[in-house]
Design a binder for this molecule. Structure first.
Ligand SMILES: NC(=O)C1=CN([C@@H]2O[C@H](COP(=O)(O)OP(=O)(O)OC[C@H]3O[C@@H](n4cnc5c(N)ncnc54)[C@H](OP(=O)(O)O)[C@@H]3O)[C@@H](O)[C@H]2O)C=CC1
Ligand SMILES: O=C(O)C1=N[C@H](C(=O)O)C[C@H](O)C1
Length: 252
């Protein structure tokens, strides 16, 4: 019996920090073939010309919607790590997919397995503590703040507390310098640190009577995102429609 043909993979943002790590990981995977590398100024049409089946996008929040629209309308599956997806954007992607029910799109705020688990742990813990705050820490070249992971973490925490009937975190601050208490994301305070030497890190701090719990994840190398991305590349052809987060691919 002959082995299945390798999946033909393209990378958008191929010269970027994460794009480079993904190209390397695809090249090392025997069941995948890197057939197109596209970066700023290159033509998206080269994906079609190369017979690309799945494109991985790690570009910029300002351009990712145009990229996705092109991929979906050309019948190419997409695995997207680029941030900036709020509910409105996700609904727009769903509306494009109605026209192309054969296409799968996976959008994940974080492909690192530890980061996904840390969000789940925070979601589970959220209802047992009076207070919860999120601190995300990244390299200083990051375009967006808060991080996509922090948005997702805050949403999961907020929903878990709402379902359990837990009230807002206590906070008696009446006088503050703008920004001192971070951003309010779904009722959760999120603090963004940008620091040379860092890659991608997040702490969720929970507190209640006489105890605190800190859940911390550190991506110390961008190859931490590769296993989750490759899992998405292998699975997305069998998952038409929109999948948000890699949780269902991990049976979480
Ligand atoms: N979901 C996840 O697990 C992760 C998500 N991310 C997200 O991925 C995105 C990229 O991060 P990172 O690699 O650090 O960023 P980089 O800036 O290092 O890389 C982005 C690359 O995309 C290129 N680019 C910009 N516009 C286009 C375009 N229209 N078409 C093709 N290429 C383009 C950039 O070129 P130029 O610089 O010339 O503009 C650059 O080479 C961010 O949104 C980040 O938050 C990052 C890590 C993990
Ligand atoms: O820009 C980054 O670096 C990262 N972006 C994603 C985010 O905004 O959450 C994922 C990870 O934190 C790295």
């Amino acid at each position: 019996m002959s082995a299945a043909a390798p999946i033909r993979v393209g990378v958008l943002g191929a010269k970027g920090k994460v794009g480079r790590a993904i190209c390397e990981a695809v090249e090392q995977a025997p069941d995948l073939e890197l057939v197109a590398e596209v970066d700023h100024g290159d033509r998206l049409e080269s994906f079609g010309e190369a017979g690309t089946q799945v494109v991985v996008d790690f570009t910029h929040p300002d351009v990712v919607m145009d990229n996705l629209k092109f991929l979906v309308s050309n019948g190419i599956h997409a695995v997207v790590g680029t941030t900036g997806f709020d509910d409105t954007r996700l609904d727009t992607v769903r509306s494009w997919l109605i026209e192309r029910p054969d296409v799968g799109v996976l959008i994940a705020p974080n492909f690192a397995i530890g980061a996904v688990l840390s969000m789940r742990f925070a979601e589970a813990a959220a209802r047992f503590f009076d207070s919860v705050e999120v601190i995300e820490l990244h390299h200083p070249n990051k375009a967006d703040a808060p991080s996509g992971t922090a948005y997702r973490t805050a949403a999961l925490i907020s929903e878990a507390r709402r379902k359990a009937g837990v009230g807002p975190s206590p906070d008696a601050t009446t006088t503050e310098l703008d920004g001192a208490r971070g951003a309010d994301v779904d009722g959760v305070r999120v603090h963004s640190v940008r620091l040379a030497g860092l890659v991608a890190h997040q702490e969720i701090i929970l507190g209640t009577q006489g105890e605190t719990l800190t859940i911390r994840h550190d991506s110390i190398d961008r190859n931490s995102f590769a296993p989750g991305v490759l899992l998405g590349v292998r699975e997305i052809g069998n998952r038409p429609g929109l999948t948000v987060g890699i949780d269902p691919l991990l049976d979480l």
